[in-house]
Design a protein around this ligand. Structure first.
Ligand code: 8IG
Length: 272
């Protein structure tokens, strides 16, 4: 099928193949090894991962949407981490942008088409454990998808057991034994939760609330990628502190944690 603006909707896999081909042309790197998606709070850590080989706006690649959120950079980078070729997406398309699940999954599918076998999905999120102060990194152990959506089409009954690789979580805990684990509940957003929704998520078994990673993880599993999920708790979830939530606090927690997260990611991509 030839490329056209409609390809993302008619054949998302072909759209990802087209984007990966454009990426190879733009970066000069034919195949990448590891994908890294940097969410809110993680972008300042990007410079610490390795040597930047190429850096371009995602909109230079076919079927990528421009970033909708301040603090979501909308760039793609090829980084060399001691020989490991890391494809870094700085920013992502969220489901609440209403561009469809195809746009949400396009970045993940492009990394698979670019040769990646492993993907590290990061996000900024709200935490339900009061001991997790803003700036605490948490390994995602599982998720609860509360969006009502899926990136899959048709009778695609894929298994989500061990979606967030136990092997990769164990590897992270070898690097940083104090890393806690938690279940991530994905809400549609863009509004933050009500305090009652946060209590509901806790009763359901969630420890983290966010707006991104679950749908991407499902698309990544379908694409055959091994998945590591890392959340940065940038705020306590709504209703837990008595203070309202604001986006500036999220960005500040990311800036404050950048060095620690950068060091962690640099170690992780080298150990995969
Ligand atoms: I950063 O408290 C960030 N993203 N749903 N709730 C949800 N998403 C978030 C939150 C939060 N903080």
């Amino acid at each position: 099928m030839t490329d056209s603006p409609d390809l993302l909707m008619s054949d998302p896999t072909a759209a990802a193949t087209a984007a990966a081909a454009a990426l190879a042309r733009a970066t000069g790197i034919e195949h990448h090894d590891v994908a890294l998606v940097l969410g809110s709070g993680w972008v300042p850590a990007a410079d610490l991962i390795g040597t930047t080989v190429a850096d371009l706006p995602v909109t230079d690649l076919p079927h990528f949407a421009p970033p909708a959120v301040a603090g979501h950079a909308g760039r793609v980078r090829s980084v060399d981490a001691d020989g490991t070729k890391v494809l870094v997406l700085l920013g992502r398309t969220h489901y609440y942008e209403q561009r469809g699940v195809e746009a949400v999954a396009h970045g993940v599918r492009t990394t698979a088409a670019a040769g990646c076998r492993t993907i590290v999905l990061t996000n900024g999120c709200g935490g339900l454990d009061p001991s997790w102060v803003p700036g605490t990194p948490v390994l995602i152990s599982d998720h609860i998808n509360l969006t009502g959506a899926s990136p899959l089409r048709g009778a695609t009954f894929i298994d989500l057991t061990d979606l967030y690789s136990a092997r990769l979580r164990a590897l992270c805990r070898e690097l940083e034994p104090s890393l806690p684990e938690g279940v991530y509940a994905q809400f549609r957003g863009p509004q933050y939760e009500t305090p009652a929704e946060v209590r509901m998520a806790g009763i359901m078994g969630a420890d983290l609330v966010g707006m991104s990673t679950g749908l991407e993880a499902i698309a990544a599993r379908e694409a055959g990628l091994e998945i590591l999920g890392l959340s940065l708790v940038t705020n306590l979830a709504a209703g837990m502190t008595g203070e309202p939530l604001n986006h500036e606090e999220v960005l500040e927690a990311g800036r404050a944690a950048a060095e620690r997260m950068g060091r962690l990611l640099a170690q992780v991509v080298r150990a995969l």
